[in-house]
Write a protein that binds this ligand. Sequence first.
Ligand code: DTR
Ligand code: ZN
Ligand code: ZN
Length: 444
Amino acid sequence: MSPNRFALRRSRAAAALAFVALLATAAPAAQAADPSGAAAPRAAAAPDIPLANVKAHLTQLQSIATANGGNRAHGRAGYKASVDYVKAKLDAAGYTTALQQFTSGGATGYNLIADWPGGDPSKVLMAGSHLDSVSSGAGINDNGSGSAAVLETALAVSRAQLAPDKHLRFAWWGAEELGLIGSKHYVNSLPLSERSKLSGYLNFDMIGSPNAGYFVYDDDPVIEKTFKDYFAGLSVPTEIETEGDGRSDHAPFKTAGVPVGGLFTGASNTKSSAQAQKWGGTAGQAFDRCYHSSCDTTANINDTALNRNSDAVAHAVWTLSAGTVTPPPGDVYSTTTDVSVPDNGAAVTSPLAVSGRTGNAPAALQVGVDIKHTFRGDLVVDLLAPDGTAYRLKNSSSSDSADNVIANYTVNASAEAANGTWRLRVQDVAAQDTGYVDSWKLTF
Ligand code: DTR
Ligand code: ZN
Ligand code: ZN
C-alpha cells in the first residue's frame, strides 16, 4: 500500500475516532420495540446475496459436470442435470417453473423459465443466464457464475417475499454456446402480445472471471445506469462492455426491441495495464485464461467479482422491478448505542433485547446494519442469536476499500427462539482503520 494512502487512512481514522469520542457522551439508550406493529410497505433495498450460497450452487454444478463426463453441454446428461438442480431449488421456493424444449444438433435442449407469482402481468422484468457449458469443461465461470447469481437472487426474492410492482421472471437458457439457440427459441416463440409486456431483460454471462474486469452493457441507458450507480456505491470503476454485442443471450431480446442490459467480467481478451491499475489483477493476461477450457472449474472464480456482481444482480432486480417489501407482521427492534470497534483487535458485540414475542424467529429475519468504518473490507460481521448461534452477515475483504457497512441482510433464523438478547458481533481483522457500530435493527 503506498505511504500516502496510509497517511490518508490514518488521518481519516483519527477523524473517525474524534467523531466517536464526541458521540460517546450523547449515545441514546437502546430503542424500545416499535409499538406500531408491521411497518408500512416501503421501497425495498436489495438484500446482500450471500457469496457462500452462490458458491454452493457452483459446487453443485461442478459435481454435476464431474459426474457426467466432465461437462454440462447442450444435449449431454450434465446439462439436463443442471436444469433439474436449478428447477428443484425454485420449485421449493414457490416459483412457477416451466421447461421449454427445443431441438438443436439433433439433441433436445431445455430452457428453464421461472415466474415469481404477483406483480403487474403487463410489465415483466426478466433476468437470465445461459446454463450450458462447452463440451470441453464444467463451465463454472462460463456460465455457472451467471446462473448461480441469478438463482440466488431468485431465492432471495422468495426469502424476502418481495412484492414487486412488476412481474418477475427468471430464465436459464440452453445451447447458448451453439449460437444463442435457447434464448432465440424463447423470444421467437413468444407471441407479439407477450413480447410487448417485457419491460427489460438482464443478462449475466461470465461474472466471476479470475482476472476480472467490471463491464456494464451499454444497450439500455436506464438499465446501464442502474448497474453503474451500484458499482459507484462500491467505488468500483466500470467500463462499457464492447466485445459482446450479439455474443450472448441478450441479443435476441434486443433484436426484438426489448430493453436489455447486463454485466460481464471478461473472457479471452487481455487486461490492459490501465485496467489492472484500477481493478487489480494482472495486466497482459486474459480476463479468463480458462475460457472454454477444461480448467473452467470452481477454481476458476474470483470471489470478489462474483460477490460484487451477485449483489449487483439483486440490486438491479429490486430497483428495476420497483419492488416493495411488505415486512412480515411484527415489530422492528433497534439500537443506536454506539459501540467502538478496536483496530485489528478483539471482536465487540452490540446487544439488542427482544421480548414479548412467541415462538421462533422467521426464516427471513431482516437485519439492518449501520457501521461507520473506513476500509470496510477490514470487518467481519455476524448476527448472534440469543443462544449464541452465529450467522455470518459479512466476510472481510482485502480489496473492499469502500467506507461503511450500511446494508440489509436476510437470515434464516427459524431455528432460533425469537425472545432474548440478540447481538451484532463485529471484528476488525486488519490494521490501520477504525470505526464503530452506529446502529442496527431486527425486523421480525
Ligand atoms: N459468448 C459468451 C462469452 C462472451 C464473450 N464476450 C461476451 C460479451 C458479453 C457477454 C458474454 C460474452 C460465451 O462464450 O458464453
Ligand atoms: Zn461460452
Ligand atoms: Zn457464456
